[in-house]
Ligand binder design. Structure first.
Ligand code: NOJ
Length: 513
């Protein structure tokens, strides 16, 4: 049966216009490029690689947190929102990065962590004091150390204040207080409308203004759905907070973008985000495309596996509903990977990864390339956890630039590096892949170039399913005048479709009759 679904995204309004053709590069600053030989990446290193980022076709960068922090969670535990961590440079260096990037037509998104701070943040130090002060309610505290309802995650009895504090992620990350949607413990839970909860919102706006005034182009927003507690599903109170923040942006910084870590576009776009990440979650479309495994046998069931055991309809069932819901209001961001998930090369061969990564840049919405994926960097197994990375650590290893010491990442001795570099014989590098026309690097460059040259392939372009059958290949879809046929299997696959026109691009063998 021929399935034919057409969704038009043409009516996207009131967007920062640059998102229409934005292609992002995610940089984990710790391991991108170290210019002062201390074994850890820095802002000067990022500046030195802007031409490289541009050469990929990426015209925007998302920087993982770069702020002062004790780094119990790689910087997602912010101690001072308005200060660049010394190990990366200074506030002036970051401003220089904004300026140099802008000269080259590259936007910079910072990482905003609104749900929690470090337990060393000045606000939290004040909040711990038994005497009432401006910050007493900046975090959520029970009103006695003997109270810790089991449905919440509290840290108990380690301060002089008589109460336990709610955490948002690790124990070192106390939750900022945006209130409770449903109040079950009136003695210590506040409603979101309480002036102290509103003060938290204003404090976050103040942080945003601080960096936007200095030249930042917006924010990737960490755990954007985690603000108001005690609400599931559509989270109306958390959405209210974001609509309030979006209003401020529309009025004061209409070109600034906010992109949410929420992974529920039909909710987050309505809350005011310009785009929402499509992340790897149990039973969602992204999982079916790239990471699905048989729960019992462990066999790969991802659509992009060459074993041909994936089911494209499971992806579409989830994705098309989300796409329809956000029509004209915002975007979905596909990612090649991020700092929290195993690189696709953990499951896929370089050719499978090349196809999967290319697909990311052929979809509507605002795509993200994770540093190192463009050369097929591997997920390094068996590393000791670093800065709260745990199972995520293998995805955060140093960028592999060339064949010099530490693959050109740093001149520090190997034992001083933030994480070890991949020293295996087949470790990919930028310099080697530059020379190979067919490398992942050069293929991705070509796909991104094609996207920039054709509005049909950009964020707002239409997406139409042409042929998608459960358990069958190829998967065929249209983006405007382009027909894209996906066949990651190692066999020839046929579909009952005929198309006129010339082939503009092929990765591997063509598959449409
Ligand atoms: C999501 C971030 O991507 C992750 O790295 C971090 O550990 C948690 N949020 C907590 O901030």
């Amino acid at each position: 049966m021929l399935k034919y679904i057409k969704i038009s995204l043409l009516e996207v309004l009131e967007m920062p216009q640059w998102l229409k053709d934005a292609v992002f590069y995610e940089i984990y600053p710790q391991t991108f490029c170290d210019t002062n030989g201390d074994g850890i990446g820095d802002i000067a290193g990022i500046i030195s690689k802007l031409d490289y980022v541009k050469s990929l076709g990426c015209n925007a960068i998302w920087l993982n947190p770069i702020f002062d922090s004790p780094f119990m969670d790689a910087g997602y535990d912010v101690r001072n929102y308005k200060l660049v961590a010394e190990r990366y440079g200074t506030n002036d260096d970051l401003i220089e990065l904004f300026n140099k990037a802008h000269e080259k037509g590259i936007k910079i998104l910072l990482d905003l962590v609104p749900g929690h701070t470090s337990d060393q943040c000045e606000w939290f130090i004040e909040s711990q004091k038994p005497e009432k002060n401006e910050f007493s309610n900046r975090y959520t505290w029970t009103d006695s150390v003997w109270e810790a309802p089991p449905q919440y995650k509290f840290v108990c009895g380690i301060t002089n204040r008589d109460g336990n504090y709610l955490v948002n992620f690790f124990s070192s990350q106390p939750a900022l207080n945006y209130g409770f949607a449903e109040i079950t413990h009136p003695n210590w839970q506040l409603p979101p409308s309480h002036p102290d909860c509103q003060a938290t919102v204003e404090a976050m706006k103040d942080v945003m203004r601080f960096w936007l005034d200095k030249g930042a182009d917006g924010f990737r927003v960490d755990m954007a759905d985690s603000l108001v507690k005690n609400e599931d599903g559509e989270k109306p109170e958390t959405c209210k907070v974001w609509r309030n923040i979006r209003k401020m942006l529309d009025e004061e910084y209409p070109e600034a973008a906010i992109i949410s870590e929420w992974s529920r576009p039909h909710t987050s776009i309505g809350a005011g985000f310009h785009s929402d990440f499509y992340l790897d979650h149990d039973n969602n479309g992204y999982r079916y495309l790239f990471r699905e495994k048989d729960k019992e046998t462990g066999e790969c069931k991802a659509v992009f596996s060459k074993n041909g055991k994936g089911d494209i309809t499971k992806f579409l069932d989830d994705y098309l509903d989300e796409l329809k819901a956000i029509k004209g209001k915002g975007y979905i961001s596909f990612i090649t990977c991020n700092h929290d998930t195993p690189r696709m090369t953990k499951m896929f061969s370089p050719l499978e990864a090349k196809l999967a990564y290319s697909f990311v840049f052929l979809m509507p919405g605002v795509p993200f390339l994770y540093y190192g994926d463009e050369i097929g960097m591997k997920f390094m197994e068996g590393l000791q956890s670093k800065e709260g990375g745990f199972s995520r650590t293998g995805t955060r290893t140093p960028m592999q630039w060339d064949d010099s010491a530490n693959h050109g990442f740093s001149t520090a001795s190997a034992d001083k590096l933030y994480l070890p570099v991949d020293t295996s014989a087949d470790a990919p590098t930028v310099s080697a892949q530059e020379k190979d026309e067919d490398s992942i690097l050069n293929t991705i460059r070509k796909v991104i170039k094609l996207r920039h040259e054709n509005e049909d392939l950009q964020s707002d372009g239409d997406f139409e399913v042409v042929y998608a059958e459960s358990g069958k290949y190829p998967f065929i879809f249209k983006r405007g005048k382009f027909v894209i046929a996906v066949n990651p299997t190692d066999k020839e696959q046929k579909a009952p479709c005929k198309f006129d026109g010339e082939q503009v691009f092929a990765i591997g063998k063509a598959c449409v009759e």
